[in-house]
Each structure stands twice: as structure tokens, then as C-alpha cells.
Design a binder for this molecule. Structure first.
Ligand code: SF4
Length: 483
């Protein structure tokens, strides 16, 4: 006996419907996999956000989404099976020919684990023997994590002891991994992207044709914004030598306008990550805590990037612990610090770093990798500096000198992650083409966020079709990302 498991654990709301017939992804699977010849048993694992489950499916609600529990549930539900095929239930593309080919190869070669590489995440199933599933469940006891946060959880567990398994691999006609594409309904961006693909290609497209299409038409990859950077002041404070001068026209961002933007963000992506501070110091804004709380109260994760020279007195009034502090210290000792931050004070910054940690906030020690800091990085690693973030140096499209230690850029250029995923605002709430360029494209205080995102979509499409801005041609930050 073989079981088809439809995994909808990361589904974020009711499944959308597609095409003239208005079928959702599980109805599409039900219609295509319409006999019980290959899979005698079909199970839907879900979080309660899907109504109207086809009666043929066993509907299983899972509230504990730890890997250990999810695998337990799978084993229990598929207990008499030889093999289980785990598909993303929120993916409307069900290429039966491809899936059956995978399955028969897995079964006939007596494989433990069969998967595909190079396709978009969430497109192609994973196949496991029941004994492999049990072994992964044993591994998960020591390495448990939330499967909603790690959708590739089966491979994550397998990779802990991959040599113990007989693994079969299917390889995509083009390797799309670098494009970081994800299909399904786990957030608004995935929903927008998947719906637009269905609109263009229909649901009956073969997986290889879909992969080829995405490789040739990467202008379609824009969905929505995932990270918004907001500089709420225009004060540089430490005159960091790896940052260009701020060009904002206003000292401190207007709190009412920030509140309007925070509200609009809930409408464009409720899972948006908010980064307060980028080139300038946020914690000297007189309403710093109030501004962070406006985003926290709407359920957003907030990351504060700070030079750490001054702390607001009311820092402990931050509403919850969904806030992280990144201290831009950039040195292991005072001498290097003075080179990188000529007007900062090393001891004060370290002291403030410890104070914020002491308040119980998640705190990181950041260092930009340059020719000036390279030996400090080695020392910090040797001294086991906790929570260290090593960040790539940017010349901001050749505005600054080249201080890179190594060139990690890919052999072939591809469309920019920042233009596809990020939005950058300065303290006047002016929106820029991206955080590395000086070109303003609008103002989030005056215009609707959704309109600004549409403008960015147009910029991305043009960029992905090869019409790059001059500053993009001088930039090597297109491959760094904040996913
Ligand atoms: S290529 Fe560089 S300059 Fe162009 S949008 Fe991307 S990050 Fe900005």
C-alpha cells in the first residue's frame, strides 16, 4: 500500500481557486489523482485553514508543527504503507506523469528517499519508504524545529545522516535554486506569484516546462515586498567609513506618517520584516520606542540596526520580544574601531551592547568585512564572539572605494534580489530605487504603499529583461539577500 500525503501545514489562509472551474489545489489533486490505483490512501495534514476537504481525503488537523510531531502523525496515518509521497497541498500544479515516474522509480529501485533538485521550492514531491520516515522521525527527536519555518524539513532531517540512506535524485532541466522561487500559499507573496503563474500557464503544465519558463522569464518573479528598511533619522553619528552620506531632507521621520505606513504594510504583506536603521542611527529619534511599537503592535518582526552610541531611556517599554538589535561595531579592538567609526566611542558602544543584551533582547554583533577589519574578524571568530554577523562590504555602486577582501559574485549575473524583495525609505520617507542607489522614486508619506510597490514591480521587470540602470551595472550587491 502507498499513501499520498498532502502537506498544508504552512498554508496561511483558505486556498485560492483557479481557472474557469474554480478549483483549489486540493480539488485539482483530487480530480487528477482520481483512482486509487497508485495511492490507496490520501491524507491532508492541515492547520484548520482549509474547509470543504474532498470526502475521499482523510482530513488531519495538526496543531503541534514541530518536525518530531509532524513525522509522528505521518507515520501513524500511513502505518500500513510501503511508501509515502509528500506533496505540497497548496501547489496547484500536479504533474501526474512526472510524479508517477518519480514514484515508480523510487519503488522499483527500492530507494529510501527520492527528491528533485533545481525546481522551485514546493513544486515537486518528496517520496520516502516508511522505514526511512521512521528513521527521520528518530533523527527529529534530537533536531526538532518548526516545519512551518523550514518547508524543506524532510531534506533538512535527511541531511543529518544522508549517507545512511539510499537516495534517488531527479534533476531539473535548468537549475533554479539561485533564484529562490517558492510556489504555494504560505504567504501573500507566494499566493501572488503562484496565481500569476497559473494565469499565464494554466495548471496543466509539465514541471520541466514550468522550470524552463521561469528560467527564460525571470521578470515574472516579483510578487510583493518582504523586507522594508526605514531610516528614521538622517544622523550618521559615528561617520562609518563604509557608508555614503545620508541624503534625506528631514532630520527625524514623522511619527503619524510612519503609523500610516505601518497600517498599509499589513495590507501588502502581513509577514513583512521591518528593519529600522540602515545608513543612519535610529535610536536617537525622540520617538524611537513609539515607532518600533507601532510595527510590533501590528505583529511585525522588527530588527533595529544601530551604531549603539546612545540608548533611549525607555527602551524597556518596547512592547514585546519580537525585536532584535544588530549592533554595528565592526571591530575587535579600539584601534580598528576608530578607523571604521572615526566619531564613535568604542567603550560606550560595547557597554550599550551589553546593556541591551541584559534587558533580554536578541542581540547581534555585526562586522563589515573589509581590508580594515579582516584580521579583527579572525580574532572574533577565534575568541568565539557570540551572535556575530559578518556582512559584505558595499561600494554603493562605486560611490565608495573598493575595500572588498574577496569577490564572491556569481559567474553569471542575474536579476537583483533587493529590487525583487526590499523597499528602502529614508527619514523623509522618500522611497529609493533600492538602498544602494540615490535615485528617489516616490514618497511613502504622500503616496500609497501599494502604488510604490507597483512602481518597484515595473522597475524589477525592466531590470530582469536586461534594461539595467547605469548604477546597477556598477553594483555587486544584487546577489546578497535578506530572505
Ligand atoms: S543591482 Fe544594485 S543598484 Fe541595482 S537595484 Fe540591485 S542592489 Fe540596487
Amino acid at each position: 500500500m502507498n499513501t499520498l500525503i498532502l502537506d498544508a501545514l504552512s498554508n496561511f489562509r483558505q486556498l485560492p481557486t483557479f481557472g474557469e472551474n474554480k478549483f483549489n489545489s486540493i480539488e485539482i489533486i483530487n480530480n487528477i489523482e482520481n483512482d486509487n490505483e497508485t495511492f490507496e490512501w490520501i491524507i491532508l495534514l492541515q492547520n484548520g485553514k482549509i474547509d470543504n476537504v474532498p470526502t475521499r481525503f482523510k482530513n488531519v488537523l495538526v496543531s503541534d508543527t514541530s518536525a518530531e510531531n509532524v513525522l509522528n502523525v505521518m507515520i501513524k496515518e500511513a502505518k500500513n504503507s510501503d511508501n509515502v509521497v509528500v506533496v505540497n497541498a497548496t501547489n496547484p500544479f500536479f504533474d501526474k506523469e512526472f510524479i508517477h515516474k518519480m514514484f515508480f522509480q523510487h519503488r522499483d529501485f527500492l530507494a529510501d528517499y527520492t527528491y528533485a533538485i533545481g525546481y522551485p521550492d514546493g513544486l515537486v514531491p518528496t517520496i520516502l519508504s516508511l522505514s526511512c520516515l521512521k528513521q527521520l522521525q528518530a533523527i527529529s527527536k534530537e533536531n526538532s524545529f518548526d516545519v512551518v519555518k523550514c518547508k524543506n524539513y524532510l531534506f533538512q532531517l535527511l541531511s543529518k545522516d544522508i549517507n545512511s540512506f539510499d537516495v534517488e535524485t531527479f534533476v531539473a532541466p535548468v537549475d533554479l535554486r539561485i533564484k529562490r522561487i517558492s510556489i504555494g500559499n504560505s504567504d501573500l507573496g507566494e499566493f501572488i506569484f503562484t496565481s500569476s503563474l497559473v494565469e499565464k500557464l494554466g495548471v496543466n503544465i509539465a514541471y520541466d516546462d514550468l522550470a524552463n519558463f521561469l528560467s527564460e522569464h525571470s521578470e515574472n518573479l516579483f510578487s510583493t515586498i518582504y523586507t522594508m528598511f526605514v531610516d528614521i533619522t538622517d544622523k550618521e553619528i559615528t561617520s562609518a567609513t563604509y557608508l555614503p552620506k545620508c541624503t534625506s531632507s528631514i532630520d527625524f521621520a514623522n511619527v503619524e506618517k510612519i503609523e500610516k505606513i505601518a497600517q498599509e504594510v499589513t495590507e501588502v504583506n502581513s509577514k513583512m520584516r521591518i528593519i529600522i536603521g540602515n545608513k543612519c542611527e535610529p535610536m536617537i529619534h525622540p520617538n524611537f520606542v513609539d515607532i518600533v511599537n507601532k510595527f510590533l503592535s501590528k505583529g511585525f518582526e522588527v530588527i533595529v540596526e544601530t551604531f549603539g552610541c546612545e540608548l533611549p531611556e525607555n527602551l524597556n517599554q518596547l512592547a514585546d520580544d519580537n525585536v532584535t538589535f544588530v549592533f554595528k561595531i565592526d571591530a575587535e579592538n579600539e584601534n580598528t574601531y576608530k578607523v571604521v567609526h572615526p566619531s564613535g566611542d568604542y567603550k560606550t558602544v560595547l557597554n550599550n551592547y551589553e546593556k541591551v543584551k541584559g534587558l533580554g533582547f536578541k542581540t547581534y554583533f555585526q562586522i563589515i568585512r573589509t581590508i580594515e577589519t579582516e584580521s579583527d574578524i579572525e580574532k572574533l571568530i577565534k575568541n568565539k564572539q557570540e551572535n556575530i554577523l559578518i556582512k559584505k562590504y558595499s561600494s554603493y555602486c562605486n560611490v565608495l572605494d573598493d575595500k572588498k577582501v574577496v569577490d564572491l559574485s556569481p559567474l553569471e549575473r542575474f536579476e537583483c534580489y533587493h529590487l525583487r524583495r526590499d523597499l528602502y525609505l529614508d527619514s523623509a520617507l522618500d522611497v529609493y530605487y533600492c538602498m544602494y542607489s540615490n535615485e528617489k522614486v516616490g514618497n511613502a508619506g504622500e503616496e500609497k504603499l501599494v502604488e510604490l510597490i507597483n512602481k518597484q514591480k515595473k522597475s524589477f521587470m525592466s531590470h530582469a529583461q536586461g534594461n539595467m540602470q547605469d548604477f546597477c551595472l556598477k553594483c555587486d550587491d544584487y546577489y546578497t539577500f535578506n530572505f
